[in-house]
Design a binder for this molecule. Structure first.
Ligand code: NAI
Length: 331
C-alpha cells in the first residue's frame, strides 16, 4: 500500500475549504489509490466550525482518508505536509483600503511561510488560492527561502477553466474538446485570457479557436471581460464567492502538477517569472505551463501579437505595483 500523502488546507473552515476537503478525501487530487492525511488550519474564531468540518469528514467515512488534523496552531498544521493549499486569508471588507488588506495578508503569509519552511516535508508543493493570490505567493516565497521557488505557485486555473467553459458554450462543443487557452498575469480583473493558440477537437481534426469563433470583436471584448468578471458575477448570483469551482480548479492545479499534463496540452499556473515573454523576473505571474515528473515548465516560443503584448504588460504592471505595496507593508 502507498504511504499517505499529507495535504494542508488553510482557511479550511471557510467556503472554499468546505468544498475542497471532501474532494481531496475522495482522491480527486492524487487518484483513487493514494491515501491522504488532511491537515486543516483556521483561526481561533473559526475553531468550532473547523471542528464541525472534521466531524463531517469522519461521518463521510472516506476510505482513502487516513487521518484528519484540525487545528489553529500553524506549526502543527504545517508539520510534515507534502502539499499545501493556502486558502486562508483576510478578505477585503467594505470601506477598507487596499493597503490595509494587503498589510493583513502580508503578515499572514510571512508567518505561514516561516512555518512551512521549518516544518513542511522536503519538496513540499504550495499553491496559494487566497487573494491577492499572486502577491501572497510572492511573500510566501520570500519568507521561505529554503523552499525551492519552483515549488511555490498561485491558482489561476479557475480563470483558465472559466475560459474553456466560455469557449465551449459559445461554440456549442464539449469542454473537454477545448484546450490550450492561456491566462496571463494576475488573478485579478487585469488578467489576460488569451485564445490565440487555443484549439478545439473536431471530427475533422484540431481547429484553431479564433477561426471557429470567427468574431474578433467578441474574442477581444466580451469574452475577455466575461472571464475577468466571472468571480463578481458569481458573487452577485450566489451572494457568496465561487467556492465549488475554485475548489475543483485547485484540485486540477495540484493533480496536473504532480501527475503531469497530457501530451500536447498546457494549463495556466501562477509561477515565479524567469523573464519569459519579457515578463519582469521576480513576479508570480500566470503563464502557460506543461508539467512532467512533478515539475512545471513555461511553454516557450508562442507568438505574441501587439494586442496581446499590451495586455501582458498591463497585468505585469499591476503585479509590480502590488509587489511594491506588499513590500511597503513589511517595513
Ligand atoms: P471564506 O471567508 O469563506 O474563508 C476563508 C477562511 O480563512 C475563513 O474560515 C477564515 O477564518 C480563514 N482564515 C483567515 N485568516 C486565516 C489565517 N491567518 N490562517 C488560517 N486561516 C485563516 O473565504 P472563501 O470564499 O473560502 O475564499 C478564500 C479565499 O480564496 C479568499 O481570499 C478569496 O478571495 C480567494 N479566492 C481565490 C480564487 C482564485 O481563483 N485564486 C477564487 C475564489 C476565491
Amino acid at each position: 500500500a502507498k504511504e499517505p500523502v499529507r495535504i494542508l488546507v488553510t482557511g479550511a473552515a471557510g467556503q472554499i475549504g468546505y468544498a475542497l476537503v471532501p474532494m481531496i478525501a475522495r482522491g480527486v487530487v492524487l487518484g483513487a489509490d493514494q491515501p491522504v492525511i488532511l491537515h486543516m488550519l483556521d483561526i481561533a474564531p473559526a475553531a468550532e466550525a473547523l471542528n464541525g468540518v472534521k466531524m463531517e469528514l469522519v461521518d463521510a467515512a472516506f476510505p482513502l482518508l487516513k487521518g484528519v488534523i484540525a487545528t489553529t496552531d500553524v506549526v502543527e498544521a504545517c508539520t510534515g505536509v507534502n502539499i499545501a493549499i493556502m486558502v486562508g486569508g483576510f478578505p477585503r471588507k467594505e470601506g477598507m483600503e487596499r493597503k490595509d488588506v494587503m498589510s493583513k495578508n502580508v503578515s499572514i503569509y510571512k508567518s505561514q511561510a516561516s512555518a512551512l519552511e521549518k516544518h513542511a516535508a522536503a519538496n513540499c508543493k504550495v499553491v496559494v488560492v487566497a487573494n491577492p493570490a499572486n502577491t501572497n505567493a510572492l511573500i510566501l516565497k520570500e519568507f521561505a527561502p529554503s523552499i525551492p521557488e519552483k515549488n511555490i505557485t498561485c491558482l489561476t486555473r479557475l480563470d483558465h477553466n472559466r475560459a474553456l467553459g466560455q469557449i465551449s458554450e459559445r461554440l456549442n462543443v464539449q469542454v473537454c474538446d477545448v484546450k490550450n487557452v492561456i491566462i496571463w498575469g494576475n488573478h485579478s480583473s487585469t488578467q489576460y485570457p488569451d485564445v490565440s493558440h487555443a484549439t478545439v477537437k473536431t471530427p475533422s481534426g484540431e481547429k484553431p479557436v479564433p477561426a471557429l469563433v470567427a468574431d474578433d470583436a467578441w474574442l477581444k471584448g466580451e469574452f475577455i471581460s466575461t472571464v475577468q468578471q466571472r468571480g463578481a458575477a458569481i458573487i452577485k448570483a450566489r451572494k457568496l464567492s465561487s467556492a465549488l469551482s475554485a475548489a475543483s480548479s485547485a484540485c486540477d492545479h495540484i493533480r496536473d502538477w504532480v501527475l503531469g499534463t497530457p501530451e500536447g496540452t498546457w494549463v495556466s499556473m501562477g509561477v515565479y517569472s524567469d523573464g519569459s515573454y519579457n515578463v519582469p523576473a521576480g513576479l508570480i505571474y500566470s503563464f502557460p505551463v506543461t508539467c512532467r515528473n512533478g515539475e512545471w515548465k513555461i511553454v516557450q516560443g508562442l507568438s505574441i501579437d501587439e494586442f496581446s503584448r499590451k495586455k501582458l504588460d498591463l497585468t505585469a504592471e499591476e503585479l509590480t505595483e502590488e509587489k511594491a505595496l506588499a513590500y511597503s507593508c513589511l517595513s
